[in-house]
Design a binder for this molecule. Structure first.
Ligand code: RIB
Length: 294
């Protein structure tokens, strides 16, 4: 089994479900509330582990109940937490998630996720560089993402960068990433290209590197021509974490020797399955569940 190291965010998700999404200045009555484990980094580590990868998390939690809850959750899913640091003066990251009208909207307060430093990356360098692939997202400071990607590149370790929440990326970060997985909104921000023609040109400029997830429209990337993988049709309950499931599963498939097109099909199926339950992690499939999906 391949080894995956995630350097990224750990959050407690405050999930509100409602049939109506409130407009600015409006109050609505919702249907349910739960506090569940999340954070793009943590979700990707759990997705990989559920599919059988050896999964390690590098990140920070606060010295509080949300931090304890997040570490317990990693233990439950067999994600190694030796490189998760507990920070005493800042709360664990939280996300306010509204699931309404068949989509979600999220506000993240990074808290301890913004306390990760270059010194911590150096301290956990041995673990990071022992990975078959390192997963990065943008819920920790961008300079840490850039520093880690550069370290990996220098040591020939592959990097999968999930550029979410989207920010303009530097040339060096693009260069140091092996794969970049924006969704259809993020692709317009990360390189400042807006029109369909510009985006197509961008995919051609980075063959087999930029993999765009497009929700119900599927996934596309460029390899001699634009290749599109249709989305798996399934009854959707909550799309939160589908992108994270895609990244964790894509990495797992790649480190287990699948070629990119097969790895994308595998991840596409896993991401679809993840939307069948409420919450980022609860619907993430095991390998058996994935194989049973025809
Ligand atoms: O991608 C979904 C995740 O985004 C949630 O779990 C939330 O914590 C935010 O980080």
């Amino acid at each position: 089994m391949g080894k995956i190291v995630v350097v990224g965010s750990i959050n407690a998700d405050m999930v509100f479900t409602s049939s109506i999404r409130p407009k600015a200045g409006e109050t609505v009555l919702g249907e349910s509330f739960s506090i569940i484990p999340g954070g793009k980094g943590a979700n990707q580590a759990v997705a990989a582990s559920k599919l059988g990868a050896e999964s390690f998390m590098v990140g920070c939690v606060g010295k509080d109940s949300n931090g304890e809850f997040s570490i317990d959750n990693f233990n439950k899913y067999n994600v190694n937490t030796d490189c998760v640091e507990v920070i005493s003066d800042v709360p664990t990251g939280v996300a306010n998630i509204v699931v309404a009208e068949e989509d979600n909207s999220i506000i993240v307060i990074p808290g301890s996720n913004y306390k990760i430093t270059k010194a911590m990356i150096d301290k956990h360098k041995e673990v990071i560089l022992s990975a078959d692939i390192v997963l990065l997202q943008l819920e920790i400071p961008i300079e840490i993402v850039e520093y880690t990607a550069e370290l990996c590149k220098k040591n020939n370790v592959k990097v999968l960068l999930n550029p979410a929440p989207a920010k303009r990326l530097s040339e060096s970060l693009i260069e140091n990433s092996t794969y970049i997985t924006p969704n259809e909104h993020e692709i317009k921000i990360i390189l400042g290209k807006k029109s369909e023609d510009e985006i197509e040109a961008l995919l051609k400029q980075y063959p087999n590197k930029i993999i765009v997830t497009m929700g119900s429209e599927g996934v596309k990337y460029f390899d001699e021509e634009i290749k599109t993988f249709p989305a798996f049709k399934i009854d959707v309950v909550d799309t939160t974490g589908a992108g994270d499931t895609f990244c964790g599963s894509l990495a797992t498939a790649l480190v287990n020797g699948k070629m990119l097109p097969d790895a994308i099909s595998f991840a596409n199926k896993a991401a679809a399955l993840s939307t069948t339950k409420l919450g980022a992690q609860s619907g993430m499939p095991t390998i058996e569940e994935l194989n049973n999906l025809k």
